[in-house]
Design a protein around this ligand. Sequence first.
Ligand code: CU
Length: 148
Amino acid sequence: MQPDVNRAANSAVAIGMQKLLSDRRLLLPVLLTAVAIAVGSVLIVVLADDASVGGSTAAPRTQSAADGSVTIDITDFKYEPATVTVRAGSRVSWVNNDVAPHTATASDAFDTGTLEKGDMETVTLEEPGTYAYICEFHPFMKGTVVVE
Ligand SMILES: [Cu+2]
């Protein structure tokens, strides 16, 4: 009697396993399809993003402010974006994210003075023109504000 019960139990387990395996066989193509769609979507997003920046990160980025104000981040000894274009009368702000102190200094137009980490300084630019500026502490840091 006991062996029969065991055999019955074993075959029940076997049937259960078979069902599981056949479920898996169904599951696998579904999973693969889902993964393929997910990977495809990510690729499309990455490719589209790449195309929109022209595939180049070296080109100077220009940021136009519709609301008349723009903020430039100073990070890793760089102005980001390095070039901004604003309308006359716009406010332009610099925020220093570095530990090192920086300035944004255009000798003929504006000077933020020393910005310590976390400091922000805002200037208002009324006169149209192209203003090149540097950091007084690190003259290799260069930026441009175009006022239209
Ligand atoms: Cu600096």
